[in-house]
Design a protein around this ligand. Structure first.
Ligand code: D5M
Ligand code: FE
Ligand code: ZN
Length: 499
């Protein structure tokens, strides 16, 4: 028997629908561009021997199940914060800080650089012994001579630690220390003070071999679309949508679009309502539901063969305090109905592209609301670029070293969970994605791929005032097989070349 090719099967499926007087909407047609879906649908419909009894509703269900099954293999939510709604108490803060300290202490305890770890209360303050402690930085001061004094606290006591200018390497490290981070310190003990020789961060081990997919699949990182803002760059965003639909671009560009299997949207989908004072004047769409409806229209245009993972940001319709919940279903029902979407909170970890032969990639998503703080508070980062928007990759590296998305308590508002700290980076991700500063960045740290999305919003009046330089309409794309990352541009006219 001759095996039918996809085109023949496709025709038969379309005929099948027509014969049953079922209107084939564009969403169904789009699904038929996928060979796998065609063959599954073919089996589910045309192959039936007896006269088909399938109703339109059943057919829609079949389609949805097929897509869901296909997507299920490729996107799994690995970490998602479940909010147990209850009133928070001071005790919850204590619990949270203990949970955070314990987790980071455990990581630090395994570090070879820290020999003879002692709790602070048990330090023999009279000897000149070499000691190591693990503690939280509760204060940081510069002396008249520019030496640094840290106040370190563990669960037993506090002690001062002094880092002198003469020890250049550790001094440079210490300058970047931020409040509330947990560090390991080794040095010699004097009377009520440690003379620091070395500072150890929880950090991540060096990964020698990065994971690579077996097939030529690509993932795209978007963030900060800001739909509803008068600054939303609709024309440019439509240019991206046309490209991802393979409707525009050179042959080569279209070939690349076809290989995209994942699109991550790392928060700030819409501009929101009431996010900053007098925002109404800068809103083209003043209704939050309308903003998400507009967003959904774009998402609906993305081919169903692409898995879309959506997390929240500080402009989205959820609380500002982190961990942020996912966008609720009633806010954007159209997106939940799409079989190819995975909606998560902020932060979140998803595993993509796992197969029986390949364990998949762990992807950490965090919008980056805390980054404004670190872009300013960390000296080496502050001095490294003209604007905070230039520094996302450095901030993300800094946070991987701290194993925490917001080590300083005041760097982002949060809801304290007494049993766990959801902003800890406990698992080391393969890929770490962010956004928020409105300029794309690509970097890597010890084998972790760092990528930050750009934005689809022109420079706002506020950003103009504070000297923020966004760089909109750039799209980082990662080849999961080679792990190469490229930057695509949609701010250019058709006749200009993408770089
Ligand atoms: O933030 C986009 C970028 O602009 C981010 O780096 C913060 C900065 N920004 C925007 N508004 C403010 C205010 N009011 N204060 C400080 N920094 C700001 P987005 O999350 O898109 O608003
Ligand atoms: Fe934003
Ligand atoms: Zn933001």
């Amino acid at each position: 028997m001759l095996l039918k090719d996809t085109t023949t099967k496709k025709k038969e499926i379309v005929n099948f629908f027509i014969n049953k007087n079922i209107i084939i909407n564009s969403s169904i047609l789009e699904q038929l561009n996928d060979e796998q879906i065609v063959s599954q649908l073919y089996e589910a419909t045309c192959m039936q021997d007896s006269p088909p009894t399938t109703t339109p509703i059943q057919l829609t269900n079949i389609l949805q199940n097929i897509s869901k099954n296909n997507n299920q293999q490729t996107v799994q939510i690995t970490f998602e914060y479940e909010d147990k709604k209850k009133k928070r108490t001071l005790q919850d803060f204590v619990g949270l800080f203990n949970a955070r300290f314990k987790a980071l202490e455990k990581i630090l305890q395994s570090r070879q650089e820290l020999q003879n770890i002692t709790s602070i209360s048990r330090l023999n303050r009279k000897t000149r012994e070499n000691i190591s402690i693990i503690g939280i930085v509760v204060d940081k001061q510069f002396t008249k001579n520019d030496n640094i004094i840290l106040l370190i606290e563990d669960t037993t006591a506090t002690i001062k630690a002094i880092i002198t200018k003469t020890k250049q390497e550790v001094y440079t490290t210490a300058r970047d220390i931020v409040l509330d981070e947990v560090v390991g310190i080794s040095g010699t003990i004097g009377e009520n003070v440690i003379f620091v020789n070395n500072i150890i961060f929880p950090d991540i081990p060096i990964i020698n071999e990065v994971k690579k997919a077996q097939d030529d699949a690509h993932a795209i990182i978007l963030s900060d679309i800001h739909i509803g803002s008068v600054y939303f760059l609709e024309e440019e965003f439509n240019r991206f949508i046309s490209w991802i639909r393979c409707e525009t671009g050179t042959e080569e560009q279209q070939a690349l679009a076809k290989k995209v299997k994942y699109i991550f949207i790392v928060g700030d989908m819409v501009d929101g309502v009431g996010i900053y004072p007098a925002q109404e004047k800068e809103l083209k769409i003043k209704d939050i539901l309308q903003q998400y409806k507009e967003f959904s229209k774009f998402i609906q245009q993305i081919p169903p063969t692409i898995n879309i993972i959506i997390s929240t940001g500080n402009h989205d319709a959820v609380r500002l305090a982190e961990p942020q919940p996912k966008i609720p279903q009633h806010i954007c029902p159209e997106i939940y109905q799409r079989p190819n979407t995975t909606i998560v909170g902020n932060p979140a970890i998803v595993t993509i592209h796992a197969t029986p032969e390949f364990q998949g990639f762990e992807v950490l998503l965090y919008h980056g609301y805390s980054y404004d703080y670190y872009g300013d508070a960390v000296e080496s980062i502050r001095n490294s670029g003209r604007h905070i928007s230039d520094r996302n990759d450095l901030i993300m590296k800094f946070l991987l070293q701290r194993r925490h998305l917001a080590p300083t308590y005041t760097s982002t508002p949060y809801i304290p969970d007494p049993t766990q700290d959801p902003l800890l980076i406990e698992k080391i991700p393969d890929i770490f994605l962010s956004g928020h500063v409105h300029k794309a960045a690509i970097g890597s740290y010890r084998g972790v791929q760092i990528i930050s999305g750009s934005c689809w919003q022109a420079k706002t009046a506020f950003q103009e005032k504070v000297g923020h330089e966004p760089e909109p309409c750039r799209v980082p794309i990662i080849n999961l097989q080679t792990r190469a990352v490229k930057m695509l541009r949609f701010d250019l006219q058709k006749n200009e070349e993408q770089t």
